[in-house]
Design a protein around this ligand. Structure first.
Ligand code: T6T
Length: 327
């Protein structure tokens, strides 16, 4: 990537940094501990355990919990899988906390268990991902996923003004963020006839699968000029595949997220840009809204958080955008 490209990316970054919030309508909720005599108990259920995005979100939630005097527990399944997340939610419901913050792993399959939590009187907030019918939640806090997808295309476009073939490596169908990021990317691509998108493939949240997709696509399409990895695993997989195929110098990779391994790939030039979300902020704001509802105040129904486009050039100035491996 040349200097003018990175300068343009820095401009995108500046635009993208703003936080936007959409005001909400009224919402229910009510806590067992209103009045402040006992600390509220809130369960946080991650999309998956061990993912630096959700670890960083947990850090934000724990910091906010300390300020708010709330007790928080965190759990996550070993895979992004509604069949594994459902029993965790069921056990949360059995333990009757005041609130539940959750990143649902499927837009429809997670409806029943989360609705059951709300029906049991637990105040529900959705963080990061959402449901087809999120009406049981008092708040939804997430990045501008569609905007992030569009910004990812813009980064590829700016590095390749002559256009060419690009590949989207998605994380997994059924996860709301996957759909929104791909939509944002492909809608932006459709505006520029110099680019064509190969059929989207899915890494299924496995780095090895992302790498396999990229090496086999490069064999069939040696003229590929860009790859968009829609989350940490897809993007890490894309970078791994490119290294395996010795193609890092001729393909632009833009990934969502900013885990430590992704940042290393940015530093060593395998990846050209990262769409860093604000997971700690998502968690913090989710907890604040759930606590507001528990206190009988009106929570914001929808909050959209911003992102930073990280490049080699601006990384040093944006170290706080890098995700954490522990709190
Ligand atoms: O990209 C994040 C998150 O926003 C998405 O919903 C699922 O994947 C991540 O957790 C990264 O692995």
């Amino acid at each position: 990537m040349n200097r003018s490209t990175t300068a343009k990316m820095a401009a995108i970054s500046a635009l993208a940094l703003g936080l936007t919030a959409c005001g909400g309508d009224d919402a229910g909720g009510g806590g067992a501990a209103a009045g402040g005599e006992e600390a509220y108990e809130v369960a946080f259920v991650q999309g998956v355990a061990g993912d630096e995005f959700y670890i960083t979100m947990q850090c934000g939630i724990e910091e906010a919990a300390e300020e708010l005097g709330v007790e928080v527990t965190t759990q996550g399944a070993q895979q992004f899988d509604p069949a594994l997340q459902t029993p965790i939610v069921d056990s949360v419901v059995a333990s009757s906390p005041d609130g539940l913050l959750i990143a649902p792993t499927d837009v429809s399959a997670m409806y029943r268990p989360i609705k059951a939590a709300a029906d049991a009187g637990i105040t529900v907030g959705l963080v990061d991902t959402t449901l087809e019918d999120p009406s049981m939640a008092v708040t939804q806090v997430a990045s501008d996923n569609e905007g992030g997808g569009a910004a990812a295309f813009q980064a590829i476009q700016e590095a390749n003004p002559d256009g060419g073939k690009v590949l989207v490596v998605g994380h997994e169908p059924g996860i709301s963020t996957n759909e929104l990021r791909i939509k944002g990317f492909l809608d932006a691509l459709a505006e520029d006839p110099k680019f064509t998108a190969l059929p989207t493939q899915y890494a299924q949240n496995e780095v090895a699968e992302g790498a396999r997709i990229v090496t086999s696509t490069l064999q069939a399409h040696p003229d590929l000029i860009g790859i968009f990895g829609t989350n940490l695993f897809a993007a890490e997989g894309a970078a791994t595949g490119l290294r395996q195929a010795n193609a890092a110098d001729r393909v632009t990779v833009v990934g969502f997220d900013a885990g430590p391994a992704q940042v290393e790939a940015l530093e060593n030039g395998t990846v050209q840009a990262l769409v860093a979300q604000q997971p700690a902020e998502i968690g913090k704001q989710g907890l604040e809204q759930v606590v507001a509802a528990l206190n009988g105040e009106e929570p914001e129904a929808e909050i959209q958080t911003g992102f930073t486009i990280l490049t080699q050039e601006n990384l040093a100035d944006n170290q706080d955008a890098v995700y954490r491996s522990d709190c």
